[in-house]
Write a protein that binds this ligand. Structure first.
Ligand SMILES: NC(=O)c1ccc[n+]([C@@H]2O[C@H](COP(=O)([O-])OP(=O)(O)OC[C@H]3O[C@@H](n4cnc5c(N)ncnc54)[C@H](OP(=O)(O)O)[C@@H]3O)[C@@H](O)[C@H]2O)c1
Length: 280
């Protein structure tokens, strides 16, 4: 069987509900001010491009924790880290609790008492089942482990640092610059948007991720930690394939703007990379 992570998934192209709170001209000038950010799945695709664009922000974070499964073979990421001392390459396999724990200890040592403003759970895999006959228990479980349980366990481990950031940076502001968790989902995880079936494991894993986000958003109300689900579009990565209609640069440029402009009204909801609200 081919590597699940190299399977191409086409996001259905349908209209989304226009969000009244979509970025306007002045908001589009907004920029993320997070001082510390951790991203999973930075070896390639959207994760790698997120690191590139964080480095180029007008006020880049002091620490960008760029995690990946195999740091030794993540050559482009390692080069970015060499050129930018703020980029720390960490080993995290979201299925492996030991790597999560080791990375968290490294982050704590580097932050020396400071908190983590922004966690982006980006790592993901997809398996392309065309019909129910293609579904296997193993595939359902492996996709669920990476796309749902991984983000949940990473959030659990890094939550004390996120809470610390929430206490340190202001009291009332819901923002990605203060204390937030962004879960990279997909519009194929929308029941409302599902018109073509297929992709059992991937769809189920992402909709379960939405429930993780919703639960967290309620549990973290007291700390005013924002939790948002993001859809990056249909993107030219190994997962999206070469025919996708959005480049990684445009996708991440949009995501950076969307993250920068999310606030209390957007908490626990689901937005695409243009700021459009996606129905569940
Ligand atoms: N591309 C699209 O059209 C599209 C559309 C909707 C949503 N998304 C979502 O966007 C996110 C990024 O996708 P992408 O297009 O950038 O995919 P991609 O090019 O296939 O990259 C996936 C990334 O996830 C990492 N990863 C996979 N399994 C992992 C694990 N167990 N632990 C840690 N990292 C792991 C991969 O690392 P390795 O290099 O080690 O495999 C790689 O860095 C995913 O959550 C995906 O579901 C993508």
């Amino acid at each position: 069987m081919p590597s699940p992570s190299t399977q191409t998934i086409r996001t259905e192209v349908t209209s989304c509900t226009h969000d009244n709170l979509q970025s306007n001209a002045s908001e589009s000038m907004a920029s993320l001010q997070a001082k510390t950010v951790l991203i999973t799945g930075c070896s390639r695709g959207i994760g790698l491009e997120l690191v590139k664009q964080f480095v180029r922000l007008p006020s880049p974070p002091a620490h960008i924790f760029a995690s990946c499964r195999s740091p030794d073979t993540a050559h482009e990421l390692q080069q970015i880290s060499k050129d930018n001392p703020s980029v720390h390459v960490l080993k995290i396999d979201v299925e492996d609790k030991t790597t999560i724990e080791n990375a968290a200890v490294q982050v704590e040592q580097i932050l020396t008492g400071s908190g983590l403003n922004l966690l982006i759970n980006n790592a993901g895999i997809a398996i392309k089942e065309l019909k129910i006959d293609d579904v296997t228990e193993e595939a359902m479980l492996s996709v669920y482990r990476v796309n749902t349980i991984g983000p949940l366990l990473i959030t659990k481990r890094f939550l004390p640092l996120i809470r610390k950031a929430a206490q340190t940076y202001g009291k009332d502001e819901y923002s990605a610059s203060r204390a937030a968790i962004m879960n990279m989902s997909s519009k194929v995880g929308s029941i409302d948007d599902n018109r073509s079936a297929r992709y059992y494991s991937y769809r189920c894993s992402k909709i379960a991720l939405h429930m993780v986000s919703k639960n967290l958003s309620i549990e973290l109300e007291a700390d005013k930690v924002m939790v948002v689900n993001l859809h990056p579009g249909w993107v030219q990565t190994d997962m999206g394939g070469p025919n996708a209609n959005t480049s990684t640069e445009d996708c991440v440029n949009g995501l950076m703007n969307v993250m920068a402009t999310r606030t209390k009204e957007h908490n626990a909801l689901f937005y695409d990379f243009k700021g459009m609200l996606i129905p569940w």
